[in-house]
Design a protein. Structure first.
Length: 113
């Protein structure tokens, strides 16, 4: 974050979905491939990364604009959105590009208008 949120390194670190290798095998997706993550709140394309600490069937996206794009705005009165327990579907997206933060936010604004 010290380099700025439009920096390529930041995008590399947050435009990622970490999953267990078993989940990747079941889905037929290779590490490093682009995947689409879809929830009832939206969808994004991110890079897939293996993390053995993530339970099979669970996906983790670090906090940032990409996680926010698939998270609802309801806070249940706490002031903080629910980041956990959101059902999502993962799809291979080898021909889709990962949007930069500006393009991602522009697409969300355009979609909601």
């Amino acid at each position: 974050m010290e380099m700025g949120k439009l920096n390529g390194r930041y995008v590399h670190d947050v435009a990622v979905c970490e999953v267990n290798p078993v989940t990747l095998e079941v889905l037929g997706i290779d590490e490093g491939n682009h995947i689409e993550v879809e929830t009832v709140h939206g969808s994004i394309v991110v890079r897939c990364s293996v993390n053995n600490d993530v339970e099979p069937g669970i996906a983790f996206i670090p906090c940032g604009p990409y996680a926010n794009a698939v998270t609802g705005s309801e806070t249940g009165g706490t002031g903080m959105p629910h980041f956990k327990g959101i059902e999502a579907m993962l799809f291979p997206a080898p021909d889709r590009e990962i949007l930069g933060p500006r393009e991602l936010l522009d697409s969300i604004i355009e979609e909601r208008m």
